[in-house]
Design a binder for this molecule. Structure first.
Ligand SMILES: [Zn+2]
Length: 129
């Protein structure tokens, strides 16, 4: 094998190795992020006690109401999380970054409701709720 052929083959092999290493690295990062998202608790029971995790609708979904619209507009400047509405009509804010679930009143002001510990799966009462 001449020198040029060897260099070409070596760089192809090196490129493939780097490519594989990148796939493994980002695959690992994506898997870890997915695991963390899966581990986080679902939404807590609402304040009225009638709605479970799957009874919340994401505000901004097709069945958005006028009230949703107004609260969304009031909340929007803060951009702290996801605004959801339970079947009772109450609005909540899921702030995943700070591990909080806040109740949003008719004025659009968020109040502490529930929080969970880092890596915790249980919703605990937040202060003054
Ligand atoms: Zn409810």
């Amino acid at each position: 094998m001449n020198r040029i052929a060897f260099l070409v083959l070596a760089s192809i092999a090196g490129g493939l190795l780097v490519f594989l290493a990148l796939i493994l690295f980002w695959g690992g990062v994506a898997t870890l992020a997915a695991l963390l998202a899966w581990w986080r608790p679902a939404r807590p029971t609402c304040r009225q006690g009638g709605c479970r995790a799957k009874d919340y609708a994401l505000v901004g979904s097709p069945e958005q109401t006028q009230v949703d619209r107004e609260r969304w507009d009031r909340w929007l400047p803060e951009r702290r999380g996801r605004l959801v509405r339970c079947r009772c009509g109450d609005h909540y804010l899921r702030d995943a970054r700070h591990r909080r679930f806040l109740w949003v009143d008719a004025q659009g002001t968020p109040h502490p409701y529930r929080y969970h510990r880092p890596l915790g799966r249980e919703w605990l009462p937040d202060h003054d709720s």
